[in-house]
Design a protein around this ligand. Structure first.
Ligand SMILES: [Fe+2]
Length: 304
């Protein structure tokens, strides 16, 4: 029984047409469905039906979808989440285009998290037989290969970490701690596979999105992404820079609605025997932006 990965992020955008241009032309995602004011998008190296849903009207997170290894596991996740005290309901095939039956859980942080296994398989753009390393027809904009992780905010990081650990089997790769004795959890970066994080959360308002991130291959790809952002006048939050936490490389930027996105490269490998790394608040600027060792307060305060 395990959670495989972040499968989809469903966000609200103020102007669907403007955001569609950003996600398709700047990031390079492809439209797989366009129904009822919702645009379903997929990156070129993703196999499942979609990884991002844009819904017109407002800003911020509608829900997150995490794919589990077996559909039979859903019963056990339902039992565990209910025992934890979370609100859980069954989700039906077709609630999300291309996605089968699943669970819809209201997290202690008030975010909606969906668990599913069955999802329509579309395959990636290079196929599984003697594939090229990237699509022969070329990439549009950055050509992000896949979704990577998300960071959300919660009033109670301890409770949310307990939920992800006890119900979903995630482990903490890194902690950010504060308080006089450095024993108050401010943030947690948690993984379900071998990435440094599949979800992260920091102390803040309930139910909010800090950012969601796309993987890119390396530092060169990240710099090229920065070139594309400049060509397309995309607002940059910070980067290119190195994270201390996760050791990844990053550029943070905003979609036209103001949702923060990230392109993320690098990072170390984790696993069941990984021992949690701890950062203290007096080193938080270095933890988040190791290169510049400074942090604009808006980076922590602006969420959608
Ligand atoms: Fe991130």
């Amino acid at each position: 029984m395990s959670v495989i990965r972040l499968g989809y992020v469903h966000v609200r955008v103020t102007d669907l047409a403007a955001s569609a241009d950003h996600y398709r032309d700047t990031l390079g995602m492809d439209t797989v469905a366009d129904e009822d004011g919702r645009l379903y998008l997929k990156s070129w190296d993703e196999h499942d039906h979609h990884s991002v849903v844009l819904e017109e009207g407002g800003v911020g997170l509608v829900k997150l979808g995490y794919k589990v290894a077996e559909s039979a596991d859903l019963d056990e996740y339902e039992t565990k989440a209910s025992a934890f005290g979370a609100r859980v309901e069954r989700m039906s095939k077709g609630d999300n285009i291309g996605v089968g039956d699943g669970l819809r859980i209201t997290l202690p942080s008030e975010h909606t998290l969906e668990l599913y296994h069955d999802v329509e398989y579309l395959g990636n753009s290079t196929g599984n037989w003697n594939p090229d390393p990237w699509p022969r027809e070329g990439l549009r904009g950055i050509g992000v290969p896949r979704l990577d992780h998300t960071l959300i905010t919660t009033e109670d990081p301890v409770l949310l970490e307990r939920f992800f650990a006890e119900v979903l089997g995630f482990r903490a790769a890194e902690h950010l701690v504060g308080g006089p004795d450095n024993d108050e959890l401010v943030g947690s970066w948690m993984f379900c596979g071998e990435q440094p994080h599949d979800i992260a959360f920091v102390k803040g308002e309930q139910g909010k999105l800090h950012h969601f991130a796309y993987h890119v291959d390396d530092w060169s790809s990240l710099l090229r992404a920065g070139d594309i952002f400049s060509m397309h006048d995309v607002p940059i939050d910070f980067g290119p820079a190195r994270h201390g936490i996760t050791r990844g490389e990053t550029i943070y930027f905003f979609d036209p609605a103001g949702n923060r996105n990230e392109v993320f490269a690098g990072g170390y490998r984790t696993g069941p025997d990984f021992r949690t790394v701890t950062w203290t608040m007096d080193s938080a600027a270095r933890g988040i932006n190791y290169t510049h060792r400074e942090l604009d307060p808006d980076f922590l305060n602006v969420v959608t």
